[in-house]
Ligand binder design. Structure first.
Ligand code: CA
Ligand code: CA
Length: 111
């Protein structure tokens, strides 16, 4: 996902960035409940990492009682309200793609 354009699933490092992505999601996919962003705890349960930059996730914005790892949920999704949920990685959903330009990030919706 996202790879075709030299992009990758979005990594969110601040409330501002999270608001920006949530707004984008709400505008483009108002009827979808969750879209992928680029985090996972596949390698080590409960230790969430950004896949592309291979760093531990610092800023987090989970739904209350998430991540719950229900039946082994290891991928990170963002809801239209901006809150995060861990979900089954094999679920088919859109993802929020991000691509580094010279200075700033330019997230967009991809499949
Ligand atoms: Ca998990
Ligand atoms: Ca969950």
């Amino acid at each position: 996902m996202c790879m075709a354009n030299g992009a990758y699933l979005a990594e969110i490092a601040s409330p501002e960035e999270n608001n920006f992505v949530a707004h984008l999601v709400k505008q483009n996919h108002p009827t979808e409940t969750e879209l992928w962003i680029g985090g996972t705890d596949t390698l080590s349960e409960g230790h969430w990492m950004w896949t592309h930059s291979e760093t531990l996730i610092d800023y987090q914005n989970w739904v209350v009682d998430e991540p719950n790892n229900k039946w082994g949920q290891n991928c990170l999704a963002i809801q239209t309200d901006g809150l995060w949920d861990d979900y089954w990685c094999n679920k088919v959903a859109h993802g929020v793609c991000e691509k580094r330009k010279s200075e700033h990030t330019d997230p967009g919706i991809g499949k």
